[in-house]
Ligand binder design. Structure first.
Ligand SMILES: [Zn+2]
Length: 129
């Protein structure tokens, strides 16, 4: 059962995440479908073939650069639904430090590439699809 306090913090988290999506979608010149902010144990974010975006609400409590990285990563999938060179070039354009290690463990697996991001918000590791 979700208590009043948790419901409030989740709504606040969703609002923050959606604000960053709006910001980066405008910067990247992309339109997107529906946004779902969910509770997921090991997944930070994903993008469906229909252009819907899923984010873990705990991202709101991660360092801003991690939140922005995941948002940029998923938005880039709206144009490239794969982890091709073109995809990574787009991520790098908007998030130049995405491979720099701000330390521990948000391993990102995709297309054979692994990047480590700082974990926060109670998740010590998670995937970005
Ligand atoms: Zn991906």
């Amino acid at each position: 059962m979700i208590g009043e306090g948790e419901r409030h913090s989740r709504e606040t988290a969703a609002a923050l995440i959606k604000a960053r999506i709006g910001h980066w979608a405008a910067v990247m010149g992309l339109g997107y479908g529906r946004v779902f902010v969910k509770s997921q144990r090991t997944l930070w974010g994903s993008c469906s073939a229909r252009g819907n975006l899923n984010f873990n609400w705990r991202l709101a409590f991660a360092p801003r650069q991690v939140l922005d990285y995941v948002v940029i990563h998923e938005l880039a999938h709206l144009r490239e639904l794969n982890h091709s060179k073109r995809f990574w070039a787009m991520v790098e354009k908007y998030c130049p430090d995405f491979r720099a290690p701000p330390t521990p463990t948000l391993p990102h697996k995709g297309g054979g590439r692994t990047a480590r991001r700082r974990a926060a918000g109670g998740i010590t590791s998670g995937r970005v699809l």
